[in-house]
Design a protein around this ligand. Structure first.
Ligand SMILES: O=C(O)CCC(=O)C(=O)O
Ligand SMILES: [Fe+2]
Length: 220
């Protein structure tokens, strides 16, 4: 399951635009030197990375929809990337573990935050494979798409203009996607309908929610 989130205000996007305007971007293979499919540019500028990732992390971790859907326990600082014409990121699997200082983050969920106006570039959709079908995402500026990291995906070639996004990877308290989605649905129904229920039934529902989280949640 995918979750689309309205994440950033116009002011936050403008702030990120100003950071990106003067920052250094380099060949994205710097962090995947053996990749034959990665053709993009990524931010490589300590001060700009610190500032931009702080804005983006804070936006994600304070967003209720994101927290409810992802059950985040750790997240890589979001990284801004750019795709100019002919750049793409061919079909690939995201790494299972990523280094964050001296900690290893398991990538359960991947996230793309769209920063540029989709009308200013052609191509460049994020395409996620679902068996023999696929889903394409090219969001409005400021929206994010969160999807399970265990699915093959790609960024289609940009043919005109520039694709500007940020990406991150999230470790979830519920590693299994189908369990995470069940718990998300149950929690949503409880939040939306709980107050309409007889109080003793709502209490029983809350017991089920808590006990599923106990059974399925990673121990810290
Ligand atoms: O830019 C995107 O939308 C996704 C990039 C990606 O798949 C990755 O960095 O692993
Ligand atoms: Fe990826």
């Amino acid at each position: 399951m995918f979750k689309e989130i309205e994440l950033l205000s116009a002011g936050q996007i403008e702030e990120l635009r100003q950071i990106a305007a003067t920052a250094k971007f380099v060949d994205g293979r710097i962090s995947n030197p053996h990749s034959k499919v990665k053709q993009n540019l990524q931010l490589h500028d300590e001060a700009a990375y610190r500032k931009s990732s702080q804005i983006l992390s804070q936006a994600l971790l304070s967003h209720e929809d994101f927290r409810n859907f992802a059950f985040p326990v750790a997240m890589l600082p979001p990284l801004m990337t750019r795709y100019t014409p002919d750049m793409r990121y061919g079909a690939h699997a995201d790494a299972a573990f990523l280094q964050l200082g001296n900690m290893s983050v398991r990538s359960d969920l991947s996230c793309t935050i769209f920063l540029g106006d989709p009308r200013t570039y052609e191509g460049g959709s994020l395409r996620i494979q679902l068996g023999t079908r696929d889903m394409r995402f090219k969001g409005e500026a400021g929206t994010a798409i969160v999807y399970p990291s265990d699915m093959l995906h790609e960024v289609e070639p940009v043919t005109k203009g520039e694709r500007w996004v940020a990406i991150t990877f999230i470790q979830s308290r519920i590693p299994d996607s189908s369990r995470r989605e069940l718990l998300y649905e149950l929690n949503e129904v409880a939040a939306l309908e709980g107050l309409n229920m007889a109080p003793e039934n709502f209490t029983r529902l809350q017991l089920v929610q808590s006990n599923l989280l106990r059974q399925w949640g990673d121990r810290p």
